[in-house]
Ligand binder design. Structure first.
Ligand code: UD1
Ligand code: MG
Length: 480
C-alpha cells in the first residue's frame, strides 16, 4: 500500500472510528479491496471530514427564530412555549443543535421575551427583535452577535420542532459540498396549505419562494414547500436582507424573499428534499400542535418499547418527554404519565391511570384502573389496583391500598403529607386525612376515616368514622 493509502487509513481511523465505530482493520481491508478507486474515495473522506469540521467547529452559526407571537394559536402563552409531550416545543430545537455539537447558537426572542428567556439553556445567545415585523427582520436582530463571524448560517424555526439530527446534517452537507449560497430544506406534500411554495425557473432551478397569502391560484397548486430550515452563506444572506421590502399582503419583511433576491444576483441555490415530511411540520395552530404532539408521542413510545417496556396500545399511552421507565414494565391503554415521573422495572400501569409530576415508583408496583397519583413515592411491590387518589404521600414496600382509597391532602390552604409504612393494608374506601402516618403492617377496615395527626402505630388495626383502634382482643376476634 502506498503513502496515500496509509493517509486514507489514518483519516478513516480518525473519523470513522468515532462516528460509526468501524474497526481500523475493517477499514484497511475495505480500502485494500478498493485501492484502485483510492483517489475518489480519498476526496470523499476529505469532504466528509470537512462537513464534520464545519458542523462541529466555528465555521457554522445557528439562528433560531422564536420571536413571533403565534397569533393563530389564540393563546396568551408565546407559541414556542406551547408544550409537546410535556415540554416547550422550542426545547426540541435546542436539543437538536446540542446533539450536533453546534456552539455558536443565537435564539431570536421578541413577544414576551422576558418570560421566554428562562427556557433558553445556558450557552445559547439571545437576540431581541424589538418589533415583530417579519422573519427577515428577526434575522437582522441577530446580526450584532455575528459581527466577527464568517461562514455558514443555519436557520431553524422555533415552531418546527420535529426535525431530526440526520436531516439537518444532510442539509448542511449538501450546502457545504456544493459550495452553495443558500440551501433550503424543502418537502413535497399533497396538501401544502399554509406553507411558502418553492418557485423554480424553466431549468428547474429554485428562483424564489412565494408565501401562501401572496400566491396566485397556479402557485397555490405547487406541492413543493419551504420548511423554513435553510443554510446560507453569511455575507450573501445579510447583503440580500438589505433589499427585502414589505411588499406583501401582511406588510412584513419576509426572510423567504431573500431567495428571489439571491437568484437575481446569480447565486447558487440548492435544496435538500425532506424524505419524511412529518419532520418539517410547522406549528401555527392548535390543530398542528395536536398533530405534532402525536408524532412526538409516537417517537417517545417507540423509544420506550426499544428499551424493553411493553406498551399495549401505543396510540393511547401518553407518556411525557423524559419519563424514565424500567424494563418489563407494562403500560395498559389510556395511561397518562406526566413529566418528572420515574417508574421502576416490572410495574403494571393502567388502564386509565394518571401519574402526575413528582411521582416516583419503585419496582414491581401495580397502579391500575382509575387511579391518580401525584407528588408521591411508592415502594417496591406496592399495589393500588382500583380507584383512588394518592397525593403528597410516601408509601413503603408491599403496601396494599384497597379500592377507593383517598389521601385527603389539601386542607384548603396547603398540601399535607401522608406516610404509609411497609406492609400496611388499607381497606377499601379508606380516607386518610393528612398529615397522618400509618405504621408498619397496620390495617384499616373498609370505610375507615383516619383523621389528621391520629397516626396509627405499627401493627395497629383501625376501623370506623372517625377511626378508632381495635384492642388486641377485638383484633383477634375480627381476624380469627
Ligand atoms: C414560515 C415561512 C414559510 C414556511 C413556514 C414553515 C416566512 C415568511 N415564511 O411561515 O415560507 O413555509 O414558515 O413552517 O418565513 N418569527 C420571528 N419574528 C417575526 C415573525 C416570525 O422570530 O417577526 C418566528 C416565529 O416565532 C416562528 C418563525 O419565525 O418561529 C416562523 O414564523 P411564522 O409566523 O410561524 O411563519 P409561517 O407563517 O409559519
Ligand atoms: Mg410557522
Amino acid at each position: 500500500m502506498g503513502d496515500s493509502g496509509r493517509e486514507i487509513i489514518a483519516i478513516f481511523k480518525d473519523i470513522r472510528e468515532k462516528e460509526i465505530g468501524m474497526a481500523v482493520s475493517d477499514a484497511r481491508t475495505y480500502m485494500e479491496s478498493f485501492h484502485k478507486e483510492t483517489p475518489e474515495y480519498f476526496s470523499k473522506v476529505k469532504r466528509e471530514q470537512l462537513v464534520s469540521r464545519v458542523i462541529m467547529k466555528k465555521d457554522i452559526a445557528v439562528i433560531i427564530l422564536a420571536a413571533g407571537k403565534g397569533e393563530r394559536m389564540k393563546s396568551s402563552l408565546p407559541k414556542i412555549l406551547h408544550p409537546l409531550c410535556g415540554r416547550p416545543m422550542v426545547s426540541y430545537v435546542f436539543d437538536l443543535v446540542k446533539s450536533l455539537g453546534m456552539r455558536n447558537v443565537i435564539t431570536v426572542l421578541g413577544h414576551k421575551h422576558e418570560e421566554t428567556r428562562e427556557f433558553i439553556p445556558p450557552g445559547i445567545k439571545v437576540a431581541v427583535q424589538k418589533k415583530l415585523i417579519g422573519t427577515a427582520d428577526a434575522i437582522k436582530a441577530a446580526a450584532p452577535l455575528l459581527k466577527n463571524f464568517k461562514g455558514t448560517v443555519v436557520i431553524l424555526y422555533g415552531d418546527v420542532p420535529l426535525l431530526k439530527k440526520e436531516t439537518l446534517k444532510k442539509l448542511i452537507k449538501c450546502h457545504v459540498e456544493n459550495k452553495a449560497d443558500a440551501t433550503l430544506l424543502t418537502a413535497k406534500i399533497d396538501k401544502p396549505s399554509g406553507y411558502g411554495r418553492i418557485l423554480r425557473d424553466r431549468y428547474s432551478s429554485i428562483c424564489g419562494i412565494v408565501e401562501e397569502k401572496d400566491a396566485d391560484d397556479f402557485q397555490k397548486d405547487i406541492k413543493e414547500i419551504n420548511t423554513g430550515i435553510a443554510c446560507f452563506n453569511k455575507e450573501n444572506l445579510f447583503s440580500a436582507l438589505k433589499d427585502v421590502k414589505p411588499n406583501n399582503r401582511k406588510k412584513e419583511y419576509y426572510l423567504t424573499d431573500v431567495i428571489g433576491i439571491l437568484y437575481r444576483k446569480g447565486a447558487l441555490i440548492e435544496n435538500t428534499d425532506l424524505a419524511d415530511i412529518q419532520e418539517g411540520l410547522g406549528i401555527n395552530s392548535r390543530l398542528e400542535l395536536a398533530k405534532a404532539n402525536k408524532i412526538m408521542q409516537a417517537r417517545i413510545n417507540e423509544g420506550l418499547m426499544k428499551k424493553g417496556i411493553n406498551i399495549i396500545d401505543p396510540d393511547s399511552a401518553f407518556v411525557s418527554y423524559g419519563v424514565k421507565i424500567g424494563r418489563d414494565s407494562v403500560i395498559y391503554p389510556f395511561t397518562v404519565i406526566e413529566k418528572n415521573v420515574n417508574i421502576g422495572s416490572r410495574c403494571f400501569l393502567g388502564p386509565f391511570v394518571h401519574l402526575r409530576e413528582g411521582t416516583n415508583i419503585a419496582d414491581d408496583v401495580t397502579v391500575g384502573n382509575f387511579v391518580e397519583v401525584t407528588r408521591s413515592k411508592l415502594g417496591n411491590k406496592t399495589l393500588i389496583k382500583h380507584f383512588g387518589y394518592i397525593g403528597d404521600a410516601r408509601l413503603g414496600k408491599s403496601v396494599n391500598i384497597g379500592a377507593g382509597t383517598v389521601t385527603a391532602n389539601f386542607d384548603g390552604t396547603k398540601k399535607n403529607e401522608t406516610v404509609i409504612r411497609d406492609k400496611a393494608l388499607i381497606g377499601s374506601d379508606t380516607i386518610l386525612v393528612a398529615p397522618v402516618k400509618i405504621g408498619k403492617g397496620a390495617t384499616t377496615g373498609a370505610g375507615t376515616v383516619v383523621i389528621k395527626h391520629h397516626n396509627l402505630p405499627d401493627g395497629a388495626t383501625a376501623v370506623g368514622v372517625p377511626a378508632r383502634l381495635l384492642r388486641r382482643k377485638e383484633r383477634v376476634k375480627k381476624h380469627g
